[in-house]
Write a protein that binds this ligand. Structure first.
Ligand SMILES: [Fe+2]
Length: 279
């Protein structure tokens, strides 16, 4: 067979053959699967030239929308369910350990370290006041003293600080005390739309989907010797729990946010983290 006159049936094998000398075995595995699936997708869809170019334009535009405070590719991955799939594969499920969920596009490295009890919401931030308490434990039930809790959320207006460009707000890091306990103040999470004024928003609209996420508080828990846990606490009763635009809801992460006689809301959650290397 000539190695120049490829057909729809022989081209894929030739592309794979040319990558046979890839030195890195994992890269070879990834690229081989990528080419196979991409070719299979094109064979199934049989795009016109115009359609293929529309796809390329969509990806190009998605890249152009990425800037500080806006990561359109994470949004695409989240809304197509890929972020949760990667999460399922990597974090898995460990008996007794708190479940993980998506990181989302609004985490910011290096949030301020605040003392236990501090309010992560600047004065004047919209939203109902909320007090959060809890502990960090291992799967053996013992507290994890000094565990680091990184939290972030939107204000009552449904926007993260990075979307408003008004400096750091509604995000902080707390260190659990000697008993693994933590407490801090913030605002009651509200349901909010993922940013939908860009290409991902057009995709959601075109496929008949809404952009809403149920109210949630983001948390990352970490401690030496333990796997990092990326998770949320969801507000029980939120009307978007069954149709989260990024598929992140897990029953075990739905929590009561109860209004107290003082008018302040309160939520409690005991996080259970797992030792590194445990299944
Ligand atoms: Fe979020």
């Amino acid at each position: 067979m000539s190695i120049r006159n490829f057909s729809e049936d022989t081209l894929t094998a030739e592309v794979l053959r040319r990558m046979e000398n890839t030195q890195d075995p994992r890269l070879k595995e990834v690229m081989t699967a990528f080419v196979k699936h991409l070719h299979a997708f094109v064979r199934e869809v049989r795009p016109t030239q115009e359609e293929w170019f529309t796809g390329i334009q969509f990806l190009t535009e998605t890249g152009h929308w990425c800037k500080d405070g806006r990561q359109e590719y994470i949004l695409m991955s989240d809304t197509l369910g890929v972020s949760m799939l990667v999460d399922f594969i990597n974090y898995g499920k460990t008996a007794g350990a708190t479940e993980s969920t998506v990181l989302g596009p609004f985490f910011v490295e290096g949030a301020p370290d605040l003392p236990l009890g501090a309010n992560i919401a600047r004065p004047g931030t919209p939203g109902e006041p909320l007090s959060v308490t809890g502990t960090v434990k291992g799967t053996d039930g013992k507290p994890v003293p000094g565990a680091l809790l990184d939290v972030w959320e939107t204000g009552g207006d449904g926007f993260y600080d990075v979307q408003k460009g008004e400096g750091t707000n509604l995000r902080a890091r707390f260190t659990a005390d000697a008993d693994g306990k933590f407490h801090f103040k913030c605002v009651l999470p509200v349901s909010y739309p993922v940013p939908h004024d860009g290409p991902v928003g057009r995709m959601l609209t075109a496929t008949g989907r809404h952009p809403m996420r149920p109210g949630h508080l983001h948390a990352i828990l970490s401690a030496p010797g333990y796997d990092k846990l990326v998770t949320h606490l969801f507000v029980r009763g939120d009307k978007y729990l069954d149709s989260d635009a990024v598929f992140g809801v897990k029953d075990s992460l739905i929590v009561d946010f109860r209004k107290q006689p003082s008018g302040e809301y309160a939520a409690h959650y005991d996080f259970v983290i797992k030792r590194s290397g445990s299944k």
